[in-house]
Design a protein around this ligand. Structure first.
Ligand SMILES: [Zn+2]
Length: 235
């Protein structure tokens, strides 16, 4: 293999390192799915809190209803006990019973409304719960996938770095410095192949004479347009 051929191998390894590092850096760690899950949890909790507050209110109304019913029963018993025949007192007791009956009706109506709301909100909680569970599963699956991708990319990266170390040791230091400088200036690509007579990097035509000189050569020949080192293997 020529010096330029070896340098081209190094270029391929370096380009691969750049791709692997970029893939690793842009790997989705599931943060958007995690945000979605947090939102789903909040929505579910808010819905549960609404159910709980209505259930608390229902228990309060239930106690109030029991008190009202007991009171009405006492007044009615008193009313029909024959304890008094005073018309004014009897009328007052009658009015008490009517008022307590209206109060009881009002309480029962409120409770019915609350029970309907609890039922509707219960459906909502179940829907939100299923959504939250779905998002938990999606995140778990994603993280599993993420971890295996990360592991594979890291292994590939380490193997490629070791490959680079071996190659670099085989390249003449002066040529390596020139290669590094060129890579810095040329977007990471210092050595390029030629396709037909077209520079593989800048896509301009390489003159026949230059192509002939570069072919199979151990010396550095650069593209007249982009300045990159041309790698032209012997045919
Ligand atoms: Zn070029």
């Amino acid at each position: 293999m020529t010096r330029i051929g070896r340098l081209y191998e190094l270029q391929q390894v370096d380009s691969r390192l750049v791709r692997l590092e970029s893939s690793l850096a842009t790997l989705d760690d599931g943060s958007s799915l995690r945000t979605q899950l947090t939102q789903a949890r909040s929505a579910e909790e808010a819905s549960r809190a609404e159910v709980n507050s209505r259930q608390t209110r229902l228990r309060d109304l239930e106690l109030e209803l029991q008190t009202t019913v007991a009171k009405a029963t006492r007044v009615e018993q008193d009313l029909y006990s024959g304890r008094t025949s005073n018309p004014k007192e009897l009328r007052a007791m009658q009015e008490d019973v009517e008022s307590l009956t209206r109060q009881r009706q009002r309480l029962e109506d409120q409770m019915l409304t609350l029970m309907e709301e609890v039922e509707r909100l219960g459906d909502q909680v179940r829907t939100l719960e299923a959504e939250r569970q779905g998002k938990e599963r999606a995140l778990d699956e994603h993280l599993e996938d993420y971890t295996s991708r990360q592991r594979a990319l890291t292994a590939d990266l380490e193997a490629t770095r070791r490959q680079r170390e071996v190659l670099v040791a085989e390249v003449d230091p002066e040529l390596l410095r020139r290669y590094d400088r060129l890579r810095d200036r040329k977007g990471g690509v210092a050595v390029t192949t030629v396709s037909g007579s077209i520079c593989g990097a800048c896509h301009m035509t390489v003159p026949e004479a230059l192509l002939g000189a570069a072919e199979g050569s151990d010396d550095v020949h650069t593209c007249e347009d982009c300045g990159r080192i041309l790698y032209v293997p012997s045919r």
